[in-house]
Design a protein around this ligand. Structure first.
Ligand code: NAD
Length: 338
């Protein structure tokens, strides 16, 4: 079977790591024609638009995109293209697995968590403004809806069942944010009753952050709102050796956009230093989604094996003895040949 999907190379290290992912997928024998489309800074330079209509049309048509990281100016300039893409395609579920791979120095072994983050509501909906002309105060409005909570919670519970997971933890701050976080917690408790085979508990975000560092083994599937999910998923990637190994998927009813959790890493762009493993593992999620399970498993095994051997790893994994993006990618390609 052959497919056509959208490829957004992205900014900074994006072109190098997406190139690696495309080669690895091809090498695993899955035939994908990539419709290359611009977004982010590179799109501004070329089209004067960080998110050209052609890119949106391509994703709407192909339904699946592999996306490199996009630079978002801090505090000024255009709004996040990632947030715009999530809104455009109703990508309400952000799925971020965090798994340890032998060979990477981590605080704990055998971590295998999945974080489900609500992706559209609350403080990331972009409803914010200065409340006076002298800009002495600013306001951000975070709206949480019952429908938004239901969708992400149901998706998390359904996926927990499908993947044979045992426990779901809902994370909130309902003691202080009694309405927004309170609504999320109420809906979580209601939905949990429909899944009697899954153990369910809830944790307040601040305690959760500490508990994840002290004893991550008490968690399995974590589901939470947008801001908490953004922070907790980076914490989880820290538990498994950093952003270089953390993949993510943004999923909606029709469209899925697969990416690495990390950003465009301008500090190492163009230096052949970026670890491509996160976007390659995001490609594994993409392949699983389209039913190419065997190829997905082979790629994950190849990545795991190269990392475990430790001979061809990037600087973020071993700062004392490292190779570049291209060399790590070649080592994965060689493993796939075996
Ligand atoms: P970042 O993730 O780009 O970098 C944080 C640190 O991790 C840097 O030291 C970087 O060198 C390192 N790093 C990141 N990915 C790496 C990799 N694959 N291999 C080796 N080292 C890696 O975060 P930042 O510096 O806060 O953000 C830079 C830009 O990326 C910002 O404009 C931000 O808005 C954007 N961003 C985009 C996305 C996305 O497109 N999904 C996600 C996060 C940040």
């Amino acid at each position: 079977m052959s497919y056509e999907f959208t490829l957004i190379q992205g900014d900074g290290i994006g072109p190098d790591i997406t190139d690696a992912a495309v080669k690895v997928i091809e090498h695993a024998g899955v035939k994908i024609t990539w419709d290359m489309q611009p977004a982010g800074l590179s799109a501004i330079e070329k089209y004067k638009d960080p998110l050209p209509q052609e890119t949106l049309d391509s994703i709407a048509r192909t339904k699946i995109a592999l996306k490199g990281p996009l630079t978002t100016p801090v505090g000024k300039g255009f709004r996040s293209i990632n947030v715009a893409l999530r809104k455009e395609f109703d990508l309400y579920a952000n799925v971020r697995p965090a798994k340890t791979y032998p060979g990477i120095k981590t605080l704990y072994d055998h971590i295998d968590l999945i974080i489900f983050r609500e992706n559209l509501e609350e403080f990331y909906s972009g409803i914010e403004h200065y409340i006076d002309s002298s800009r002495s105060a600013a306001e951000t409005i975070g709206i949480v809806t019952r429908r938004g909570c239901e969708r992400i919670l149901r998706y998390a519970f359904d996926q927990a069942m499908k993947k044979g997971r045992k426990k779901v933890t809902a994370v909130h701050k309902a003691n202080i944010l009694k309405y927004t976080s309170g609504l999320f917690l109420d809906v979580a408790r209601e939905i949990a009753k429909e899944y009697p085979d899954l153990e369910f508990n809830d944790k307040i975000i601040d305690n959760m952050a500490m508990q994840m560092v002290l004893n991550p083994y008490q968690f399995d599937v974590i589901v939470t709102t947008n801001l908490f999910g953004d922070i907790l998923s980076d914490l989880a990637s820290g538990l498994v050796g950093g952003l270089g190994m953390a993949p993510g998927a943004n999923l909606g009813p029709d469209v899925g956009i697969y990416e690495a959790v990390h950003g465009s890493a301008p500090d190492i762009a163009g230096k052949n230093l970026a670890n491509p493993a996160a976007i390659i593992l995001a490609s594994v999620m993409l392949l699983e989604h389209i039913g190419e399970i065997e190829a997905a498993q082979r790629i994950e095994r190849a990545v795991a094996s190269v990392i475990a051997e430790g001979k061809y790893v990037t600087k973020d994994i071993n700062p004392l003895n490292y190779v570049g993006t291209k060399e790590l990618t070649n080592a994965i390609l060689k493993k796939l040949d075996k």
